[in-house]
Design a protein around this ligand. Structure first.
Ligand code: GAP
Length: 697
């Protein structure tokens, strides 16, 4: 079949996910909530499988990684130390016309003609203009009355002002009359009340200067109701009529409560590839402002600035914060890792591409702590050089950060291959020096070629990030040491002993390298130069005695993105044609058996044959403790296979008359049907468990 276009394909995937119970919109019955997704019965199973496979691969199958399960809400200081409070933000702009919010770095550049207006004024018809003059006259009269301490005149002028303001407001049918009346009254009466107050507290004539000031204020507030000096601009795309710009600009001023606004000074200007206009309606965008992505809350019974807390935007920081506890309690030595999976929250400005960018999601993160290269060189004589690609093999004591980084990139690719994402479906992005954070040595993103990914000039999908593997130096632990005042370093006896055997030139060279790296970190983190130099010197002296803050390699993956990748990768449409030539297109989800939500469908050939049903239930009960099975006795066998294909079930077992011994040589055997090619084979029930476990684990 011809490949469907990416949008069409995503629509089919989204619809299948809902229909078959993989993914639902969160709070759907209330209209949904943008950026939040729920996993249905099949989705919940695949999610568990993915997390368990990651956990087993990263911790249980290794001696050098241990696990952690930390809280979502942690001490707010953690997010100051990590830099999230100050810098975890996206640049964001708002459309001044429709109010929509956009990530400034994701706005598509636009071209056209900009219509520019210097402001607007409310159009006063004769009646309203007359009322306006009367209002100003009444304000003057009020001032004079107050100067002469003439309460009767002041009261009359005041009543006149109130009456005129109410009538004026009623003449503005577009704005809710009540709201406008109260706004206008408020604006005019506030300075007027001040005047009255002044009068009531004064036993002599009013201070002339003060009276004049209030007079000006009253006039200014009245003027403000009619004239707007705020300029604006709107972009017209090719083919749009200039009246469209005028209509939009008038609506812009009306929303600012200027009745029947007359636009002031129209100018036009050609625009090429500008990101300053709303992609939806061409309205002017505000300049980009940083928008912190962390969700804020409060802990304890009082909502104040003292008890602000954040929902964690990543699981990694708890690992750093608990590094000492894990190190002291787990008998691990550097190099070793701490792994954690769990929820993370980011108030993304524009959640998009289904679950790809959500506001609540799950991460699977490993922080793998290693010795600084200077320590490796002191211990082993030199740091192993590795080529930038390819697996560097089994870990060696002489590995520095580059080898470990390369090792983890390749290990993670192996993981993806092991669950059905071949190398061809993946892409790689090595961050450039400009993209890297100041403390990072390298970062490689593993991409998956989603149907919605951008394409290169040849039309090939480029891919979107599934996981980032970063070499983060000793930044994270150093930050927590500085912010908490608690030591985050380790003592390494091997290093201390090796250092003693180095000649002076080598000692000086390694000390210098370590000193310079520490100094760079400290000065970049804002530590004052003299103190930074002193601290860096102490750190270099510490290295010579076997002390250092471990460096870290961080493979950080998203569960939800991986599940979406697995579903996109598995989605296959096939067209079957029956004997009468009628064709039907159906979906097979070709999941790797390890991640498939249901491992095996168990099907009695006929549901009205008690002996067959009894045997099928026995097989179900035999396998159920080991894997997720689905018992299905409804409809023809063909229909039942098709249903399981759509759910991605890799194997179906049929219990038939031969199972019961109709052909004696087939007694207690079942038919196994393979999802991807429909091939069938016969297996003894006694071998089923081992046969299946070998394929699904
Ligand atoms: N501790 C490093 C860290 O959090 P990241 O690149 O911001 O790095 C790691 O996130 C992974 O988490 C990403 O590669 C992605 O798989 C997942 N992720 C990040 N933001 C996400 C979002 N808004 N929705 C879904 N997954 C997200």
């Amino acid at each position: 079949m011809a490949e469907p276009k990416s949008n069409e394909l995503m629509e089919k995937i989204v619809s299948l996910c809902k229909r078959r119970g993989f993914i639902f919109q969160s709070s759907e019955i209330y209209g949904g909530i943008n950026g939040f997704w729920d996993y249905g019965p099949l989705g919940a199973e695949i999610k568990r499988n993915v997390k368990e496979l990651w956990w087993n691969t990263m911790t249980r199958m290794r001696d050098d990684v241990v696990g952690l399960e930390a809280t979502i809400i942690m001490h707010p200081q953690i997010w100051r130390a990590s830099g999230h409070v100050d810098t975890f933000s996206d640049p964001m702009c708002d459309c001044k016309f429709c109010g929509k919010r956009f990530r400034a770095d994701q706005i598509e550049p636009q071209s056209g003609v900009a219509y520019i207006y210097s402001g607007a004024e409310s159009q006063l018809d004769d009646v309203e203009s007359n009322l306006n003059d009367r209002l100003l006259a009444a304000a003057d009269e009020a001032i004079k009355a107050s100067e002469h301490v003439d309460i009767v005149r002041l009261k009359a002028a005041s009543e006149e002002m109130v009456a005129i303001t109410v009538v004026t407001a009623k003449l503005r049918p577009k704005i809710s009359a009540r709201a406008a009346a109260s706004d206008a009254l408020d604006a005019v009466l506030r300075p007027f009340e001040a005047l009255q107050k002044l009068l009531s507290t004064s036993d002599s004539n009013l201070d002339r200067q003060e009276a004049a000031r209030l007079n000006t204020l009253i006039k200014a507030t009245i003027r403000k109701h009619y004239y707007c000096d705020e300029p604006t601009r709107v972009l017209l795309r090719k083919g749009e009529h200039p009246d469209t710009a005028r209509k939009k600009a008038r609506a812009f001023y009306e929303r600012r409560k200027y009745y029947l606004p007359k636009l002031r000074k129209e100018e036009v200007e050609p625009v090429e590839n500008s990101v300053g206009f709303c992609p939806d309606d061409g309205g002017e965008l505000t300049s980009p402002q940083p928008f912190n992505l962390m969700f804020k809350t409060h802990y304890g019974p009082i909502e104040s600035d003292e008890n602000i807390a954040y929902l964690r935007p990543e699981t990694a920081q708890a690992i750093f914060a608990q590094f000492r506890n894990v190190f002291d309690s787990s008998r691990q030595k550097v190099p070793f890792g701490i792994a954690q999976t769990g929820k993370a929250f980011r108030n993304e400005v524009t959640p998009r591409n289904y679950t790809f960018r959500s506001r609540e999601f799950e991460q699977m993160e490993l922080e793998f702590f290693i010795k600084p290269d200077e320590a490796i060189e002191a211990i082993t004589g030199s740091v192993t050089k590795v080529p930038e690609t390819g697996h560097p093999g089994e870990p060696q004591p002489s590995w520095g950060w580059q080898a470990w980084h390369q090792y983890w990139v390749e290990e993670r690719v192996r993981f993806y291959e092991g669950i059905g994402l071949s190398r061809e479906t993946l892409g790689f992005h090595r961050q450039t020096a400009e993209e890297l954070a100041h403390y990072a040595r390298a970062c490689v993103d593993i991409l998956f070629k989603f149907p919605f990914s951008k394409r290169d000039e040849k039309g090939e999908l480029l891919g979107e990030e599934l996981e980032g593997i970063a070499a983060r130096s000793d930044f994270d632990l150093s930050q927590h040491e500085r912010f908490s005042g608690k030591p985050m370093g380790v003592f390494d006896e091997e290093l201390r002993a090796a250092w003693g055997k180095l000649d002076d030139a080598k000692k000086a060279e390694l000390s210098k390298g370590y000193y310079e790296a520490r100094l760079k970190y400290l000065t970049k983190s804002g530590v004052e130069q003299a103190k930074a130099e002193k601290d860096a010197k102490e750190d270099a002296d510490g290295l010579a005695k076997g002390h250092y803050i471990p460096h870290v390699i961080e493979p950080s993956a998203g569960v939800d993105r991986l599940i979406l990748a697995l579903i996109c990768n598995a989605f296959t449409e096939v067209t079957d044609t029956d004997d009468k030539g009628k064709s039907e297109t159906r979906v097979i989800l070709k999941f790797h058996p390890r991640v498939a939500p249901v491992k095996v469908g168990i099907m009695p050939l006929l549901k009205n044959k008690p002996d067959i049903v009894k045997k099928a239930l026995e097989v179900r009960d035999l396998l159920r403790p080991w894997m997720n099975v689905f018992y299905d006795d409804g409809g023809s066998i063909g229909r039942r296979y098709a249903r399981q294909d759509e759910a991605g079930t890799p194997y179906c077992l049929t219990i038939d008359f031969d199972t019961l011994g109709e052909k004696p040589e087939l007694l207690n055997t079942v038919t196994i049907r393979h999802r991807d090619d429909g091939k069938q084979e016969r297996l003894p029930i006694s071998e089923l468990q081992a046969w299946l476990l070998a394929r699904i684990r």
